[in-house]
Design a protein around this ligand. Sequence first.
Ligand code: TYD
Length: 203
Amino acid sequence: MVSVADVSRYIALEGVDGSGKSTVVSALATRLRDAGETVVTVREPGGSPFGEVVRGLLLDSDHLDIKAEVLLFAAQRAVLTSEVVRPALEGGEWVISDRTYYSSLAYQGRARGVGMDWVREINEWAVDGVIPDLVVVLDVDPEEGLRRQHREDRIGREGVDFQSEVRAAYLELAEAEPDRVLILKGSLAVEEMVDAILERLGR
Ligand code: TYD
């Protein structure tokens, strides 16, 4: 069986709230399927029956202890990774994820002030080595993102200063990890974004 570490088929889309990730996830999946690939798309929080329940706890409650917030994001990610992501990658499929633990680094690690190193440690333990090969950050002005949001949740309600911290965290991560993190301007057309991602993947 192919080791999940030997392939580049696990791609995650990231960005501030309302950055348009889900549209790019669908467009990228369509393009890969048209090229004959088998693609699984997932979203975090969620993506598994357990994860969808946790999503409700994370996003619909009025208040949540920050430690519980960090751990619940990591918990739904552990289940999604072991039940869906790892088996798909081992089966030769692509996985395109709407968010990954880089969201936790940016939102909980930096914007909530928990610390990115600590949040990374918990999450890398939770995913047990199944780390996206490419993390694509859609760089959108936080104010514009909040305007575009369809449905405001507990974290989206934190406002523009919070989202600006999230954006700064993504930029910092891209600077520190240029081999893994690709920033794309949110002003690009969706198909241009897909072209840039495929080019980066050498396809
Ligand atoms: P999402 O459904 O992607 O919302 P949006 O389309 O508005 O970006 O994510 C829901 C919220 O959860 C969003 O505010 C980001 C937040 N989030 C975290 O704070 N940490 C995480 O680890 C993840 C995956 C999401």
